[in-house]
Design a protein around this ligand. Structure first.
Ligand SMILES: C[S@@+](CC[C@H](N)C(=O)[O-])C[C@H]1O[C@@H](n2cnc3c(N)ncnc32)[C@H](O)[C@@H]1O
Length: 200
């Protein structure tokens, strides 16, 4: 079976290493490994999402497809009185995210395995993701379809997308499901899209 960053159990030999990522003025030390997304450095799309995600101090946040966890860790620091859940289908990534929560002294986040929303319970003020376009558009569109079931009224879905990886179709999909979509940021060929669950 071929190995992808979105495999449930990557078959590549594990070779954990420590990396440093500086973002929003803070340095994070993270365990990374073969078989996880962007294993050596912060992905440009994830960086733009982190710099843009509209997080309030008390928010309850879901980091969907957390990888080794950088988006969730920053979210936890921005929502100091809130709570962050970090999920991924890739069990190697989830184990790294759990180690990285400890390593960075975060006490308001936890990580667990989930295929899509399968293991997720409860609802959130914000769902953030750099979604797995390589795994197929259907998985990303299913994330958009199901997100409203896991958001409080007024809660939001915030996704980063590379223009050439289907930004137009994702924008259209979010507009269809939520009846609204805003572009919060554009930079380097990436867009951060935001839809709000509302009663308007
Ligand atoms: C583009 S990567 C982003 C990783 C990380 N958030 C980052 O910014 O470095 C997308 C992540 O989604 C995960 N993923 C893919 N399909 C998934 C699914 N069906 N359910 C949950 N996570 C999934 C992948 O394993 C991968 O870690």
């Amino acid at each position: 079976m071929s190995d992808h960053y979105y495999s449930k159990e990557p078959t590549s030999k594990s070779e954990p290493k420590l990396i440093e990522i500086e973002v929003l003025g803070q340095v994070y030390r993270l365990y990374s490994d073969r078989g996880v997304f962007s294993k050596s450095s912060l992905d440009k799309g994830s960086k733009l999402l982190i710099e843009t995600m509209p997080i309030r101090p008390t928010d309850r946040i879901l980091d969907w497809g957390t990888g080794y966890g950088i988006i969730g860790l920053v979210a936890a620091n921005l929502a100091k009185q809130g709570q962050v859940e970090m999920i991924d289908i890739n069990e190697r990534a989830v184990n790294l995210a759990l180690q990285n929560i400890n390593l960075n002294g975060i006490n308001n986040a936890f990580a667990y395995s989930s295929e899509g929303f399968n293991a997720v319970k409860g609802s959130f003020d914000l769902i953030v993701s750099n979604p797995p376009f390589r795994a197929g558009k259907a998985i990303v569109h299913e994330l958009v379809d199901k997100a409203p079931n896991y958001l409080v009224e007024g809660g939001g879905l915030c996704l980063v997308v590379q223009k050439k990886q289907g930004a137009e179709s994702l924008t259209k999909k979010m507009a269809e499901v939520f009846n609204n979509v805003d572009i919060l940021a554009r930079s380097g060929g990436y867009r951060v899209l935001f839809s709000k669950k509302g009663t308007f």
